[in-house]
Design a protein around this ligand. Structure first.
Ligand SMILES: [Zn+2]
Ligand SMILES: [Zn+2]
Length: 269
């Protein structure tokens, strides 16, 4: 389902760009079953690109149309569907706990599995440059490392970083204090379960991270997850708080307990 909440400003063969406000854009890949979103946040001096998509097509073609300012890439986490166009950008940042994955490859996930997930259930024409047989996730050295509590200044627009592990060890959430936008990557989104059921995930860490974003950040106006629907209401965090209590109370916070559905989101352990 495409967003009806926000106007589409560029409908490219592969990418769909929605305008969240004058200087904030979602770059979505609706042709792929994962419905991945990357986000471009433009400040006075530079712009931040939160993730770079699946790597099926080149995202720089889109960001070039949206800003002339220098772009820094902030990686919510090092999974193939979030680092696809990292190689197109000069300045890329990652949490220190996943530097190694960015440099030497994602751990405990076979390239065969990655290729299978990337190439299945595609509903739009892919560019000729995309070959599922040889697709390889980006590997390279980051420009710098991110840590919990870091503040990224874009020029009259400050981003606060929260280390929110669980889905992966170095997962971060990004809070845009100027707008009250919380970018939650694969920690929180709607429609399909948030994953913490495979090696390198941690159900306990995930629940702690959910609790943290639901209780420790004030002034949230909108939540933007990296998959499915764009722009979730902050009331969802009330459900998240209740879910955290319920999961802990019923001792479900461990591998193998399956999918837990709540009103507006679900998790799979
Ligand atoms: Zn992920
Ligand atoms: Zn993802």
């Amino acid at each position: 389902m495409q967003s009806t909440q926000y106007p589409i400003v560029i409908d490219d063969p592969w990418f769909t760009v929605s305008k969240l406000d004058e200087t904030t854009f979602a770059i979505s890949e609706y042709g792929h079953w994962e419905k991945v979103h990357s986000f471009l946040l433009i400040g006075q001096e530079r712009a931040a690109l939160i993730d770079t998509g699946l790597g099926i097509d080149n995202m720089k073609r889109m960001t070039d149309q949206l800003t002339d300012l220098p772009i820094i890439v902030l990686t919510t986490h090092v999974h193939a569907d979030h680092i696809g166009s990292h190689g197109q950008y000069e300045e890329i940042y990652v949490h220190e706990a996943e530097e190694d994955w960015l440099v030497s490859g994602i751990k405990k996930l076979s390239i065969e599995q990655i290729r299978k997930d990337i190439s299945r259930d595609i509903t739009r024409p892919v560019p000729a440059s995309f070959d599922p047989e040889t697709y390889t996730p980006f590997q390279g050295k980051p420009t710098g490392l991110l840590r919990d509590g870091d503040v990224i200044e874009l020029g009259e627009r400050a981003l606060n970083l929260y280390h929110t592990p669980g889905h992966s060890p170095g997962h971060i959430s990004i809070y845009d204090t100027s707008r009250g936008y919380l970018f939650t990557g694969d920690l929180l989104y709607d429609e399909t379960p948030v994953y913490a059921f495979f090696p390198t995930t941690s159900p306990e860490d995930l629940v702690n991270s959910l609790e943290r974003i639901a209780t420790k950040i004030t002034g949230i106006q909108k939540i933007f997850g990296a998959h499915n629907r764009i722009g979730l209401e902050p009331e969802l965090l009330e459900t998240v708080k209740e879910a955290v209590g319920e999961l802990r109370g019923k001792k479900l916070v461990r591998f193998g307990t399956g999918v837990h559905q709540f009103d507006g989101f679900s998790v799979r352990f």
